[in-house]
Design a protein around this ligand. Structure first.
Ligand code: 6GU
Length: 248
């Protein structure tokens, strides 16, 4: 998977993504990440990429041409037009299913806006997906682009060392992950749940599934409801551990 990030702050994304698992994946060639500076495509001597908005109002807008020229430069060597994801609070909310979809692509362009956004005309010409990472406002799309690179990378072959882990974790079956414990057996007076020491794998699996259900009910009642509706034949524990649940 090749990520092409269009940004005014290439250092910001490259520094962060060069650490930890994404950094290792770049090193091994399992993924590649290039951050392309949109400012390099400004055709004026001050390298200016923003201007006032027609119709007035506060703030500056990124202009169409530098964004388009940058896009052309990235795509000139690609065999097919890639998906272009514009990171914006006006997009569809990102989730694990989108991560799975994106991980099937050969190349993906992530377009990061700044200021009040980008001239609509260039968006109409190049953008295929409008994506937000949640209902809050960031100063720019870079953090959102990093969220996408991180979450998509770990679904790409050769990125995680334990290749089966993406299937057992939170969200893959619509439930949050069960609680986990490591040594010591007693910490601050708290014992590791007895069943985990029993060596009975069927019992352990059953306990973990039940804990995943309880946790999802307590913390994400929206996901819990969906799970119950799509598993009509399964016995579902009705008791929450929390006394009061926020209405949702
Ligand atoms: Cl993708 N961009 C910006 N600027 N703010 C956001 C966002 C994206 N997602 C949530 N807030």
């Amino acid at each position: 998977m090749k990520f092409h990030i269009m940004t005014l702050f290439p250092g910001m994304v490259m520094n962060a993504l060069s650490e930890s698992i994404t950094g290792r994946a770049m090193g091994s060639g399992a993924i590649s990440v290039e951050a392309v500076n949109i400012r390099d495509y400004a055709n004026n001597k001050h390298n200016k990429v923003d201007d006032y908005t027609y119709g007035g109002g506060a703030g500056m807008l990124m202009q169409a041409d530098p964004v388009y020229l940058c896009y052309e430069d990235i795509t000139k060597d690609l065999s097919a037009p890639p998906r272009v994801v514009y990171l914006t609070p006006q997009g569809s909310t990102y989730d694990q299913n989108m991560a799975k979809e994106f991980s099937k692509e050969e190349d993906i362009i992530l377009l990061c806006g700044h200021y009040e956004g980008i001239d609509e005309r260039v968006l109409e010409e190049i953008v295929t997906d409008y994506v937000s990472i949640g209902d809050y406002v960031l100063t720019g799309g870079e953090l959102a682009a990093m969220v996408i690179v991180d979450s998509v990378s770990r679904l790409c072959p050769g990125v995680l060392s334990n290749s089966d882990s993406p299937d057992v974790e939170s969200f893959s079956d619509g439930l949050l992950e069960y609680p986990q414990y490591s040594r010591p057996e007693v910490w601050h007076g708290k014992r590791v749940p007895e069943v985990l020491l029993s060596g009975d794998h069927a019992k352990v699996d059953e306990w973990r599934h039940e804990m995943a259900l309880v946790r999802t009910m307590d913390r994400r009642f929206d996901l819990y409801k969906k799970y119950v509706l799509s598993h009509p034949d399964e016995f579902i524990p009705k008791k929450s551990r929390r006394k009061k649940r926020k209405k949702d």
